[in-house]
Design a protein around this ligand. Structure first.
Ligand code: 5AD
Ligand code: SF4
Length: 470
């Protein structure tokens, strides 16, 4: 598709503002003060989408509540990545029949990745008749219009057509207060890893204009945000759809020039597209955190092939070696799937051996979950659930041992952290992050939140460090 067909015209976005005004006027005429309860599931991309949805709701006159029963509108911003995520949403939808019975005027909205699946939309249409509005990620920018339709027609509205997807700039956003912010640099995914539902629900890859990204980051830095994460399903293919050879490393370099005291992170990266140039840029840019999330998924080449990942174990190891050669302090994390259809015990142990060989700072480990509509869901899957669980436990044991050793190595050292909130732990009431995004619980006063501090590490366990400011 041509660029001009992908970027949503400013006039169309402006029209959405008219719908926001109409909804606001409708509530004002009733002297109502509507409240919305928004729940977001899943990844950071979805969190970023949730903040835009809240921005649009706020522009429609809503305030926010955590209590679904008190809300005039309940919105579930869903995730489809694994079956468990979907089951939780159906559970929540079930519970909402009660609040809707108590308050028949309540509007229930289902959006996000799950809502884009035909199978889900059909089930909601037939069996969850209290849901008023269903739309997928590609229709997010049209939320005010869709919501107006619900109020005006009093009919259920479904907007789940499979689309390429566009780029909408200038939507309102409600950000979390504090120091962390998310900035999407691109949307969608073209990779079609055989287990993954994302390309089917988030459309094709499309990159935001670098000037729009830079402007957003500049504003965030000026507003005091200090830990900014650039988001994309695969940020390494940023710019493939832009003219002029402007890719992710160039974007990082440009952002790094924005003056201020802040860290820039990004996720996720795909090993097939990560390059030595990216690591050189990371090493040379002072604002770019020396932290890399590089999912490898499997340590076995046959399984990687079946997953359609398009790199080998050897290529992955080579990338890591290079990244560490230019950034010896690099904090490295990854995603892994155990129990892909047809995986044998020996193949799963190749994954365990890769984990031993690399020594990741942390791992996000998943048991394979079949997603209807993906290629892997059609494959024979002979291994038993018990066997897969055993392989999974073995992987966790290796990683936990390693994480504990790495963390213990910090005790007695002084590290720079950004205090980012309260921890809920009485003895160490503050939470903070190192440049590598490692969690450090701190002694100290709330006033320190939002500041960069040097802290001495006094203790550790498998998942956190403990310390006090020096
Ligand atoms: N089953 C299990 N894990 C999955 N992931 C993606 N799809 C599936 C699936 N069907 C994992 C991958 C990805 C992370 C976000 O979720 O490891 O990197
Ligand atoms: Fe899914 Fe692969 Fe795209 Fe990641 S890169 S979102 S795992 S298809």
């Amino acid at each position: 598709m041509k660029r001009e067909e992908i970027v949503i015209p400013a006039a169309d976005i402006a029209r959405q503002r008219d719908f926001q005004e109409k909804i606001k006027a409708m509530f004002a005429a009733r002297q109502a003060h509507p409240a919305a309860c928004v729940e977001t599931f899943g990844c950071q991309q979805n969190v970023a989408d949730g903040q835009r949805l809240m921005g649009m709701l706020e522009a429609c006159g809503f305030t926010f509540t955590e209590e679904a029963r008190e809300a005039d509108l309940v919105l579930l911003n869903t995730c489809a990545i694994r079956e468990h995520a979907e089951q939780r949403v159906f559970g929540n939808l079930g519970i909402l029949t009660h609040s809707k019975r108590e308050n028949p005027e309540q509007v229930i909205v289902l959006c996000g990745c799950m809502a884009q699946e035909e199978r889900v939309a059909r089930r909601v249409r037939e069996s969850y008749r209290h849901v008023d509005l269903v739309f997928g990620p590609q229709a997010l920018w049209r939320f005010p219009e869709l919501l107006w339709q619900v109020y005006e027609t009093k009919k259920r509205v479904f907007s789940v057509a499979d689309e390429h997807g566009g780029i909408a700039e200038g939507l309102p956003v409600v950000r979390e207060r504090g120091v962390k912010a998310w900035v999407s640099v691109m949307y969608g995914c073209n990779n079609f890893c055989s287990y993954c539902i994302v390309p089917y629900v988030r459309g094709r890859e499309r990159s935001r204009d670098p000037r729009a990204v830079m402007e957003e980051v500049r504003q965030l830095v000026e507003a005091g945000y200090k830990d900014i994460t650039l988001l994309g399903q695969n940020v390494n293919s940023y710019g493939n759809d832009l003219e002029g050879g402007f890719h992710f490393p160039e974007l990082l370099e440009e952002i790094d020039r924005i003056p201020g005291d802040y860290w820039i992170r990004f996720m996720s990266s795909h090993p097939k597209d990560a390059t030595p140039r990216l690591f050189d840029v990371m090493a040379n840019c002072p604002h770019v955190a020396k932290q890399l999330h590089l999912p490898f998924q499997s340590g076995n080449n046959r399984v990687l092939g079946e997953m359609n990942r398009r790199y080998t174990r050897e290529k992955y190891l080579e990338l890591i070696r290079y990244a560490r050669s230019v950034m010896p302090e690099l904090v490295l994390t990854s995603d892994v799937i155990i129990g892909f259809p047809g995986e044998t015990e020996a193949e799963a142990m190749d994954t365990v051996s890769l984990v031993e060989e690399v020594g990741f700072d942390a791992l996000f480990t998943f048991l394979y979950s079949p997603r209807p509509g993906t290629r892997a869901a059609e494959l024979p899957d002979p291994a038993s659930r018990e066997d897969k669980q055993r392989w999974f436990d073995r992987l966790l044991e290796v990683q936990n041992g390693h994480s504990a050793r790495i963390h213990a190595g910090y005790v007695g050292k002084t590290v720079r952290v950004l205090a980012d909130g309260e921890s809920g732990d009485e003895a160490f009431p503050l939470s903070s992050r190192t440049e590598g995004n490692r969690l450090v619980r701190l002694k100290g006063d709330k006033e320190l939140i939002g500041r960069f501090l040097d802290v001495r590490i006094t203790g550790s366990n498998t998942w956190a460090l403990y310390g006090e400011p020096v």
